[in-house]
Design a binder for this molecule. Sequence first.
Ligand code: EPU
Length: 425
Amino acid sequence: MDVYKIKGGNRLQGKVRVSGAKNSAVALIPAAILADSPVTIAGLPEISDVMTLQKLVEEIGGNVEIEEGKITIDPSEIVSMPLPNGNVKKLRASSYMMGALLGKFKHAVIGLPGGCHLGPRPIDQHIKGFEALGAKVTNEHGAIYLRADELRGAKIYLDVVSVGATINIMLAAVMAKGKTVIENAAKEPEIIDVATLLSNMGANIKGAGTNVIRIEGVEKLHGTKHTIIPDRIETGTYMIMAAAIGDGITIDNVIPLHVEAVTAKLREMGVKVEVGEEQIYIPKTEKFEAVDVKTLVYPGFPTDLQQPFCVLSTQAEGSSILTDTIYPARFKQIDELRRMNADGRVEGRSAIITGPTAMQAATVRATDLRAGAALIIAGLIASGETEIQGIEHIERGYSQIIPKLKMLGADINKVEGLKTASISE
Ligand code: EPU
């Protein structure tokens, strides 16, 4: 088993550079297959989700090259091959292959996507959108079959504000006949990033980043070059880490607007956040006030940072209530943090954490990506040596995390092939 070992207590200092956004990258790569000539995407994060998507695109005939943080996808030989099993099951974002292949070929077979276990993650809104565009959608033995004679633009009202459904419907609609309107669309920056790539490929999209997106179908899309936006969740993770154990950390390659909700919460806790044009500086914080957090769709506080924020709450004076309205069961980190001495419990869709607590090292398991980020921060502030298992989840989404943390002065190492007792559930 591969694990991370962290000797906690080192105060961190210096500069960390944020990579391109994971949740953009995993949508931009499927978007690129809609083109008829090569698409180059720069600012690519080095994460296993990107590698998995690369394999998926190659499985269907795409030619993919990755070099110096750039991916070039030549989709000219792609065929609509069924992808019922294998790599599709490894990540949530393989669902974007549904929209992309449906849009390009009018039919697709994609295994139901995997991804982090955060409680139920339905795709009914994606399917509602595909059906509105004229596709027949069936679920046969765990794979989704999509077939259409032609795709026609439609008006689609999303019952739930969904990042995935908004992007997937955009992918399917950009080459549909006529006009598509997505109402109650999600407004996350990653949606604007995907719309920007598609527009540069020749698509006609208006309103991305607002709750109404209008798409006029075009006949074909061509290759282009694009740079991925910085990862706002990685930014927020380093902001929380800087507050928890930093002696002055600059976070570089940031779009401050994208993390305003996090900045506001940190300030409410007593953390000084100095915001520049593309950098955020967080000096040492001596004392934290407990705050309540409620996760919401963008521009609200992101669910993806609720788990790391729980760790900071263990250092605050008093009780904090963290409520996740997006994924009410996204609290698997709490049991692990309790092993490290945290005073926390889950009640309904909230975690209640009381501090300040001197965290202690333990052997813990990352159950999902952001729980993993939370455990890294916990390991950095704890006394003693923490072992984190389940690191494959962390490597799905955090680019170069070990070198980045070492540069800040953390004592963290990856130990490969360790014979270690796995933790009982
Ligand atoms: N939902 C439905 N039906 C649907 C789709 C979603 O009920 O058809 C519900 C979900 O169950 C959830 C809510 O709507 O309660 C929002 O889900 P959304 O579709 O927005 O999430 P997603 O697209 O599956 C993306 C990110 C997640 C992030 C969420 C929320 C990617 C690949 N994943 O997931 O990121 O938590 O948006 O912001 O973009 C992560 O990076 O760790 C991660 C899990």
